[in-house]
Design a protein around this ligand. Sequence first.
Ligand code: MN
Length: 312
Amino acid sequence: MNELKGKFLSFLSAHRNKRIVIASHMNADVDALSSIYALHSVFPNSVIAIEDKMDVPGRIFAEKMGISPVKLSSLKKGDYDGLIIADTSAPTLLKSSEGWRILLIIDHHRENDHMLKGELVLRDSTAAAAAEIIAGILPEITPDVAFALACGIVADSARFKGGHLSTFKALVSLMEKSGKDYPEILPFGEPEPTLELKELVLKSVKKMRITRHGNYLIATVKVRENESYVASALSEFADAVFVGRWKRADGETKVSARARKSIPIPLNEVMTQIGNEFHGAGGGHSKAAGTSAKAKPEIVLKRCVEILAGRI
Ligand SMILES: [Mn+2]
């Protein structure tokens, strides 16, 4: 048994029947939703919650699985024993967790200085998905839960752009437990984008600015919505991509960053630096990261390119 599983099983025996809320991050994705769904299966008195909305693949997946999380802000802290958080440790991505007793955090994002504090933290930043960690620690996995976690791994590994032997082993084991083959998992791990999303990406190609730095092409573009989807799509060709969305209500730019294997600099470091320089908060993974920044998109995106180019 691995170390995380041992810790989780003792946590489970102490908390199994407590009134717990299991929550995940803003703009919940397939990994986040599969993680809270799977954890819910072993805490029978738990409620699942998200910060606000789901992203487009998340909505398709949730509909398929019959997952309907409530908003964390709609629940009364006093009615519950505490919170379990999966797939994030960033206070900015789960603002409604403020004031909650955080019993457990299960996350695969890298540690940084601005993280939520949990009484128990099960972190493995080598895992391709939170779903991969959860697949390794649950005492029992039903076919539905196995299917959900398999979708989470396919989604968050960006169809195996990242991952280790353990990722593939976890997926094989989940596929066996689910009784579902890869062609049945793929449409939920990586759903066909809507017509609107495809159009948004194609229009972004027309608007984007390309900076050549040595052998690298760095693309930037401003969008009105779905910045993370556009960033992922453009990184099929650009070595690094920074996509900004202006949030007028908060006076800040949200940046989503993606990189190809070719980029040797971890983007989460670039995003953390942007967050620090512009009074926001950044983090994530080496090839997929994001930040908020209290400045207009043009200024922030220019600075993203400067920081990355300055380091490669
Ligand atoms: Mn994740």
